[in-house]
Ligand binder design. Sequence first.
Ligand SMILES: [Zn+2]
Length: 160
Amino acid sequence: MVFDDIPIFKKHVREYAVMKKCMFEFRKADKSRAYLWCKHRKNQNCLWQVNAITVPNEPTAKIMFCNLKHTCKRMKGKRNPMCNSRFVADYMIKTLGVTNSIPKPMAIMKLHIWPTFRTEIPYWVAAEARLMILADLHGRFEESYTKIPSLVKEVKGLDD
Ligand SMILES: [Zn+2]
């Protein structure tokens, strides 16, 4: 399996962990590699592990080794700390239509994250995620705003 880069690989594995109701931690992580193992490696000797590295001179990251079999006990409860505010914000940005307004925290919890992942998130995680979405969309607005002067210039050029 190939990914664009290590940050995208990390996002992908997090989504996998939320879906599968498991947890991992980073054994090593930098720009060129991410080695993960099960959160219960030490206390339950679970050998679930995924190692990804970037390939020199190639703009991709790929999995060099993986063992996707968890031998640890299934998570109890409906919460997974892997489902953090950054994850929730990224998921919402990925699925929100351009014209849709941003749902309130309670709606993010009940209408988006729970139906998709069967995972409960605390209110503050949803609220923090909402702020991240707003900041991200605002950033995009600023970006497009700075393009207006050059657009005006181009339109004027057409008149000449
Ligand atoms: Zn495990």
